[in-house]
Design a protein around this ligand. Structure first.
Ligand SMILES: Cc1ncc(COP(=O)(O)O)c(C=O)c1O
Length: 382
């Protein structure tokens, strides 16, 4: 079966009790014990719940992994993946990674003795230089948030293995519909399911998958003991959202290409970041490892001639707000939004300028999105 059909029908029959087409939502927290001394698959829903288990197997299947996990947020999924590191160990992280991931490392994991360094993971030589005996993982986003930098998943996975380290890929910007990091050699894939998997801005959730029994054991232990599980109703929403992932994502990419054509050469735009542009330095690598450049793009507004506040405040259709990957187009300024918790120095080092704009293209009509941008540019002209 093709991926579009699997997204609709799932990896197996959803219900073998009444042949329901939609997987049942098991809201139960606990389960009657059959036998005093025999363990059961389902005993308490923090440990396992049938709705979540169905979804976790589905995620593993979609990612090409053997073990899947569903969490209460993408950040919780990232925390679970990073929890495989031990005291005194170090992780190398894509320099313009999602701001929340850096917060997680600098405010929480730092206290557990886990160190991190931001690196340009699109530069293999620089990455290799940063390995030392403490480096046990590389955490990459490709395309990265918000500059859409491309990292070579296969090459980095090989490099990490050579140094006895694992590779974790945050696949939020593409979803398994467009990119499957485990098949390229990554050890763990994580994703904010809040974005493309849900697709409707109505659930916060995260997923992780791996092929390694050893890593799955650790991630599972974190999930059970840390308790940051996805709830059954949220899982239902995710399964519902995933059914339309293919048509949403295909349409979003088609519209993104039209938006790019509008922005390219526009006097209001200094620079565009999109891995579907042949001028993007990661274009060839991205084409090799992903089926599509995706529906996220960033651009630098021409700050000398256009006022950024007026631009954002003049938008009528495109929503100025956090998040991405939804049916509605979402736009934000990384300096004040997704990367507000980066220090100015971190932003500068990561190449995130104050006038950067990140746009997540939704499923509205392309003409309306372009009209909204055009009007906002006109209103923002100094
Ligand atoms: C690339 C990336 N990873 C992880 C996250 C965190 O996801 P969540 O908000 O579901 O915790 C985000 C959120 O925007 C993101 O953009």
């Amino acid at each position: 079966m093709g991926i579009g059909s699997i997204l609709v029908h799932g990896h197996k029959e959803p219900d073998n009790t009444f042949n329901a087409v939609v997987p049942p939502i098991y809201l139960t927290t606990t389960y009657r014990k059959e036998k005093f001394s025999e363990p059961q698959e389902f005993e308490y829903s923090r440990g396992a719940n049938p709705t979540r288990t169905y979804f976790e197997e589905f995620i593993a299947y979609l990612e090409g992994g053997r073990h899947g996990f569903a969490f209460s947020s993408g950040t919780a999924a990232n925390a679970a993946a990073l929890s495989v590191l031990g005291f005194g160990e170090k992780v190398l992280v894509t320099r313009n990674v999602y701001g929340g991931t850096v917060s997680l490392l600098s405010t929480v994991f730092k206290n557990f003795g886990i160190n991190f360094e931001l690196v340009d993971t699109s530069n293999l030589e620089e990455l290799e230089d940063r390995f030392d005996s403490k480096t046990k993982a590389v955490f990459i986003e490709t395309p990265s948030n918000p500059l859409l930098d491309i990292a070579d998943i296969r090459a980095i996975s090989n490099l990490a293995k050579k140094h006895n380290a694992i590779t974790i890929v945050d696949n939020t910007f593409l979803s398994p519909y467009f990119q499957k990091p485990l098949e390229l050699g990554a050890d763990i894939v994580v994703e904010s399911a809040t974005k493309f998997l849900s697709g409707h801005s109505d659930v916060i959730a995260g997923v992780a998958a791996t092929n390694s029994d050893e890593l799955a054991e650790k991630i599972g232990a974190y999930q059970r003991s840390g308790g940051s599980i996805a709830q059954p109703f949220d899982v239902y929403l995710l399964i519902r959202g995933i059914k339309t992932l293919a048509i949403r994502a295909d349409k979003q990419v088609e519209t993104t290409r039209k938006v790019i054509a509008f922005l390219d050469g526009n006097p209001a735009v200094d620079r565009i970041f999109y891995p579907g542009l042949v001028t993007h330095p990661g274009y060839e690598i991205h084409k090799k490892q992903a089926r599509s450049p995706g529906a996220l793009l960033s651009f630098e507004l021409n700050g000398s001639n256009y006022n950024i506040e007026a631009f954002f405040d003049s938008l009528r259709l495109i929503t100025h707000g956090a998040s991405l990957g939804s049916v509605e187009s979402l736009i934000q300024n990384p300096k004040t939004g997704s990367h507000a918790r980066f220090t100015q120095e971190q932003r500068e080092k990561s190449g995130i300028k104050d006038n950067l704009v990140r746009l997540s293209v939704g499923i509205e009509d392309a003409e309306d999105i372009i009209k909204d941008l055009k009007n906002a540019f006109a209103s923002a002209k100094k």
